[in-house]
Ligand binder design. Structure first.
Ligand SMILES: [Zn+2]
Length: 139
């Protein structure tokens, strides 16, 4: 049986309940539940844009940190991000800051390209289309 979904009730859910509901629906074997989880995911994305960095750091701790393996590098990376967000005074994400605004189009296939900040190399744009993966160094 599909997990019940009521759109109006959904708007009244707290963010934590919305996240738990999306987790439950996303784990369901039914396609309709997983599609509903995607709808909830979009709604969650919209809500999170209005949150402060500290609130995002808290959600990272509450919902992601505990899921990581103690011996994995992911734990170190997420812990670092969490600690930095929790000390940040940054507020909601504005439309000007939204990464999609600065997303160039891939010259090879026309898909969107995502900015990757260099870790051991220069910053670069990477096409998100799996069979293309065109890469350009950021100028
Ligand atoms: Zn491409």
């Amino acid at each position: 049986m599909a997990v019940e979904f009521d759109e109006e009730y959904d708007d009244e859910l707290s963010t934590r309940d919305l996240i738990r509901r999306q987790q439950k629906l996303g784990a369901s074997p039914l396609v309709v539940d997983r599609l509903t989880a995607m709808v909830l995911g979009n709604r969650l994305d919209d809500r999170l844009k209005g949150f402060s960095d500290r609130q995002i750091g808290q959600l990272l701790f509450d919902f992601c940190w505990a899921e990581l393996y103690v011996d994995g590098p992911e734990l170190s990376i997420v812990t670092q991000a969490m600690d930095r967000l929790r000390r940040s005074t940054g507020g909601a994400v504005t439309n000007e800051e939204a990464p999609v605004k600065q997303q160039p189009v891939c010259p090879k296939c026309g898909n969107g390209m995502f900015l990757h900040y260099g870790i051991d190399d220069l910053d670069f744009w990477l096409c998100d289309y799996v069979t293309c993966r065109h890469k350009e160094i950021r100028r």
